[in-house]
Design a binder for this molecule. Structure first.
Ligand code: AMP
Length: 376
């Protein structure tokens, strides 16, 4: 299967070529034809499956085919995302795939001043990517009109509900035209998710890819038993093996993330921590540095890591084992994405053994133990 087989237009196929993507991922293969045919979609897929391109590509194509010469442009597609990081990443996808289609997009999220966002909106945009709070805020101030929306995407709906955005969403939906195409994505199909989906989708096609409990087979998983006080040295040891050029390291707490980043820097390894206590600017700088490889190690807490989208992330290191086994699956889903292979290493103390047991149970196998290390 190729992208041309999916009837994507040439400019999109060329943009995908430029990114080095030749084969559609399962969610793309299943969704794109239905979206191009105008259907609503209920997509059960988590980050890492290629779901962003699954909606961005057909929306760009349909917008480019319907292109009218409005001046100024009106918003025709609204993408709602739960976090600023995810909104920024969706925006990067629209930029990468749509760069020669002449379709403009703009991203709005809270935590930064609204001035530049309002200026962008004033110029007129085709695609608006937004987090719910800032969108409502700018709608109430009269800067955003949604009466010409043809496409509405609700991304990571499960996270939206977890983060308490349901009331914001309920205020936004009535402002959208009833005649529109709606694409709904969620990592789970829990009852509250289905209830929300049923209120906003019309006769949707359901598509689903790998459930959360099955870890990607392409990820090589290992565990290192180690005493808490030796984790720092073990990290140094594994990083001194030249194979790890770039890695995402997970801790359970914000303080832990800061401590690990500080230790790494003291050892001469460039590292930055990202978590909820950091300013938006600091988080964006860290993410940018990690993406352009000026920072070798990014240390993150679970919340901060949601939606981090880094191409071909080769290594994930669980400096601390998560208390929830599902979190482990999400963490290691950051590597080996979209057909690439990856390595996930976990450092486990005696106290963390019960968590490891839960993980082995969830993934239905025992993670291979590495005993040949100096801190065993
Ligand atoms: P997503 O699930 O949208 O966050 O995408 C996960 C990662 O896969 C991102 O880094 C995408 O750029 C990448 N990706 C998306 N589609 C493909 C594809 N067809 N082939 C290879 N990588 C892809």
């Amino acid at each position: 299967m190729t992208f041309s087989n999916l009837r994507l237009i040439k400019p999109l196929v060329l943009a995908l070529d430029k990114k080095g993507y030749t084969t559609p991922t399962p969610i793309q293969e299943q969704s794109i034809p239905h979206i191009l045919a105008g259907k609503d979609i209920f997509g059960c897929a988590q980050t890492g499956t290629g779901k962003t391109a699954a909606f961005a590509l057909p929306i760009l194509q349909l917008l480019s085919e319907r292109k009218t010469n409005q001046n100024p442009r009106t918003i025709k597609a609204l993408i709602l995302a739960p976090t600023r990081e995810l909104a920024s990443q969706i925006s990067e996808n629209f930029a990468a795939y749509g760069y020669n289609l002449g379709i403009s997009h703009c991203t709005i999220f809270g935590g930064v001043s609204q001035g530049p966002q309002v200026n962008n909106l004033r110029r007129g945009v085709d695609v608006l990517i937004a987090t719910p709070g800032r969108l409502l805020d700018l709608m109430n101030q009269g800067f955003v009109k949604l009466n010409n929306i043809e496409f509405f995407v609700l991304d990571e709906a499960d996270r939206m509900l977890d983060m308490g955005f349901i009331n914001d969403i309920k205020k936004i939906i009535p402002k959208l035209p009833a005649k529109r195409q709606t694409l709904f994505f969620s990592a789970t199909a829990a009852p509250d998710i289905m209830k929300l989906a049923n209120t906003i989708l019309k006769d949707p096609v359901s598509v689903a890819v790998t459930p959360v409990s099955s870890t990607a087979t392409l990820v090589t998983q290992t565990v290192y038993y180690v005493k808490k006080e030796n984790k720092r040295l073990l990290l140094k040891h594994v990083l001194s093996n030249g194979k790890i050029e770039h890695a995402l390291v997970f801790t359970r707490t914000k303080r832990g993330a800061d401590k690990v980043a500080k230790d790494l820097n003291a050892m001469g390894v460039s590292a930055e921590a990202i978590h909820g206590n950091k300013s938006q600017g600091a988080r964006e700088r860290a993410l940018k540095g990690f993406k352009n490889r000026t920072i070798r190690i990014l240390v993150a807490t679970d919340i901060a890591s949601r939606g981090i989208d880094v191409d071909k992330l080769s290594h994930v290191i669980n400096y601390e084992i998560p208390e929830q086994a599902e979190t482990y699956v999400h963490r290691i889903g950051r590597t080996g994405r979209a057909g690439e292979s990856g390595v996930a290493m976990s450092f486990c103390t005696h106290e963390e053994m019960p968590y490891l047991k839960d993980i082995n149970k969830l993934i239905k196998k025992n993670i291979e133990v590495v005993s040949t290390h100096p801190f065993n």
